[in-house]
Design a protein around this ligand. Sequence first.
Ligand SMILES: [Zn+2]
Length: 354
Amino acid sequence: MPPTNHHRYIVGVDLGGTNIVVGAMPEDGSRQIALRSEPTHAEDGADGVVERIARMVEEVIEVTMAETGAARDDFVGVGIGAPGPLDREAGVVVVAPNLGWRNFPLRERLVGRVGLPATLDNDANCATVGEWWVGAAKGGRNVIGITIGTGIGGGLILNGQLYHGASDVAGEIGHTTIDSTGRRCKCGNYGCLEAYCSGPAIAERAREALFGAEDGASILTRLAGGRQDRITAQTVYEASQQGDPIARDVVRETARLLGAGIANLLNVFNPDVVVVAGGVTQAGDALFEPLRAEVRRRAFQPAVDACRIVPGTLPGSAGVVGAVATFKAQMESHGRGTRHEGRAPTVDGSGLVR
Ligand SMILES: [Zn+2]
């Protein structure tokens, strides 16, 4: 018989091209347990990656049981966030260039390995849901999440629900056009937001700015150990904080471009929160203040007045937290797969979980 303060637990998996992050949460979202990260080693192939995820899930379950006194039966399932495009219903990763996968049935394979029901959703959707559930966008009803790292991912929560669109593509904010004749993007299009404001794109713009500058005009190269090719977005933020004029210009330009992209989103969706997460938040107010100013210049006043634009507050774990929350929400909306009949998770208007 379960004890009176009985919790059920959900394991979250955030699968990326570089790292796999796994952790557990009680279904009320009150805390994160046993969070761990390991290199993905995509070169081992899909089977190797599934094996690694399964082992990490098993470790997280064991550590959580030890820490909380939970029993194995208290673990109701696994939420997985993975790079898209995905077929969510089928649990299939359709194409993942960073993993070298095509039409891989990730959900089924992991269910077979860990013996728990599982859900699959886009990693950026998961990160947005994580910030909405327990992070910076908590309490929002119309929330846009933008995650800036190697690429730019996005997620849309509209009227209190994660919005997937007609074929699970919704939220690809990184591949909206901000300059129709602009830089070529990895997706094949020109002028995408990602081609300017992803971490590597920010570093690239800094290198270009150095090209025309006099020797000694910037500390960027010195901060990168004397090698321009080692300048990263982090180097740019650090140099900017130390007052470097070229780095400051790059950060201001990043704010201007992101601000234009976010102003578009305000005029289309009229959100109450835009949460910007990922490495770019390290730039702090030097980025967020001019970004908000740019949005004010471009978007309709009532949309600006209704919206707060904030940095994410779950660095490193938003994807896992959101994977847990999407498991809960998807199991409830599909009404299948839970092993505790009559106690399915519920979704309410203000967020995901009660
Ligand atoms: Zn693109």
